[in-house]
Design a protein around this ligand. Structure first.
Ligand SMILES: [Zn+2]
Length: 474
């Protein structure tokens, strides 16, 4: 079975909509009670997996990305209460229906799902149980207005939510890597939810100062961006200007000022652009040969390119030639992609402009790495600082740091202090409090895989009380 086949179960008085079931990966159900009618002949084990695995349903404008998310997670749900269709994020229905505690019970009893690959059922079910429980808690907190109580509490007013973003797509990068990139409209909706929720978006540096001084305004949020890619200037800055929000961008400087893309992710992006094709790559890298660019084939090609880079150590000009030939092989124009700045770091000129837009530039190492030894680690900070200073950023303001890929260890703290680094951010999800170590501040890595309900849960602070995973890949 190819997975994600659309099926439907209903619980008591269940009513499926055959047209919807046939058309997509969703079904409408109503009910409450105990009788289960299973309409697609799956095993009891699959039923159990399905019951515990419904996901969230976003607003109509987000259904595209929501659909992809459910395909990845193998989950999906759309719940009908009375005449109204409800997403598990609380969308749909009348305000009283959204808020009524009785509906929570009814919704808990109303489930639809997507089928599973049988071999994936156990693993999927375990993570889905947690996701489902979290979604139910968040939805319940919202419906009962508990989330507002948390949002407006003294507890929340003593905490700072630091949001972290990576890329805002220039083109289709979010379809290539939805954990790294999001569409500009998606990002704009995030900023709109900050404004609509009355959140205080502070400059990061001011926010952490006030956090430790016990002087934060209610609902405090700070915005950070990692890596300093060109798309930040082109896509994120205009949206931030629309809302008048300040931000801090942590820049890795090695490729700044070079007309080269960040090769490792650029190769991955090019191969994704050629997805579904079978291409002959034998003249690109020795022993590469002919490959079908399905997911497995793309991973294999990336491994071979990586092995070649480690053994032959080609310089940037050679890597650019490899990228150019790879682009040709998959039917893309290397020069056009470079002219657009796809997966390029901002130039020194672009970096120099940022303070005028209320953007603070800070440190992220020169080569996006965290050496284990003191001397090379400090060299990363010093090279990073020197390149930013040569772009016109005042060196005395360069005293905030973000760990590449979130990799941090306590022995780094002393090394960072010796370089006058005052704060450092991680990829550990959470709200920062006065008790958070200033050199290991938590942040929420916001991606388009986080539902509006989850995002709101982080803004209000409810998510702080739920189990959460650590992100370590950026
Ligand atoms: Zn990074």
């Amino acid at each position: 079975m190819s997975g994600y086949e659309s099926k439907c179960i209903t619980i008591n008085r269940g009513r499926q909509d055959p047209a919807q079931v046939a058309a997509g990966r969703r079904a409408r159900v109503t009910g409450g009670g105990s009788a289960v009618r299973y309409c697609c002949g799956r095993s009891a084990r699959t039923i159990i997996a399905a019951v515990f695995s419904y996901g969230t349903w976003d607003s109509a404008e987000e259904r595209g990305s929501g659909e992809k998310r459910r395909q990845r997670a193998g989950t999906g749900a759309l719940v009908q209460v009375g005449r109204q269709t409800h997403g598990m994020d609380g969308s749909g229905g009348t305000p009283s229906e959204r808020a009524g505690p009785a509906n929570i019970c009814r919704i808990v009893c109303s489930v639809s799902f997507i089928g599973f690959q049988k071999e994936d059922i156990l693993a999927t079910t375990m993570s889905s149980v947690v996701k489902t429980a979290k979604a139910m808690i968040l939805w319940s907190a919202k419906a009962t207005r508990l989330s507002r109580v948390v949002r407006d509490s003294r507890w929340r007013s003593r905490r700072l939510l630091i949001l972290a973003y990576h890329g805002i797509s220039l083109d289709d990068e979010h379809e290539w890597d939805s954990a790294l990139y999001m569409a500009q409209d998606f990002f704009r909706r995030r900023m709109r939810s900050l404004r609509d929720g009355g959140y205080s978006v502070l400059p990061y540096e001011e926010a952490v100062e006030r956090l430790y001084a016990g002087d934060l305004p209610p609902r405090a949020v700070a915005l950070t961006f990692d890596d300093g890619m060109r798309d930040f200037r082109v896509r994120a800055c205009p949206v931030l200007a629309e809302f008048g929000y300040p931000a801090t961008v942590y820049v890795t400087t090695y490729f700044s000022g070079q007309r080269y893309p960040v090769f490792n992710i650029f190769f991955s992006y090019l191969l994704w652009k050629g997805r579904g094709k079978t291409v002959d790559l034998s003249d690109i890298v020795p022993r590469l040969g002919r490959h079908a660019l399905d997911a497995g084939g793309r991973a294999a090609v990336l491994r071979l390119i990586r092995d070649y880079r480690e053994s032959a150590k080609p310089d940037n000009a050679e890597l650019a030639q490899i990228a150019r030939r790879l682009a040709n092989a998959v039917g893309e124009d290397y020069d056009r992609l470079c002219d657009r700045g796809i997966l390029h770091v901002m130039s020194p000129q672009e970096l120099a402009e940022l303070p005028r837009f209320g953007i603070s530039v800070q440190l992220h190492t020169h080569r996006h790495r965290t050496p284990a030894e003191r001397a090379p680690f400090l060299r990363e900070i010093q090279d990073n600082r020197r390149h930013l200073a040569s772009a016109g950023i005042s060196p005395e303001h360069l005293n905030h740091f973000c760990y590449p890929s979130g990799v941090h260890r306590s022995e780094l703290f002393g090394w960072l202090r010796s370089e006058n680094i005052r704060t450092a951010t991680t990829c550990i999800a959470g709200l920062a409090s006065r008790r958070s170590p200033s050199l290991a501040l938590p942040r929420l890595i916001d991606t388009c895989n986080i539902t509006p309900l989850e995002f709101e849960g982080w803004l209000t602070g409810v998510n702080q009380f739920l189990p959460r995973r650590r992100h370590d890949r950026f």
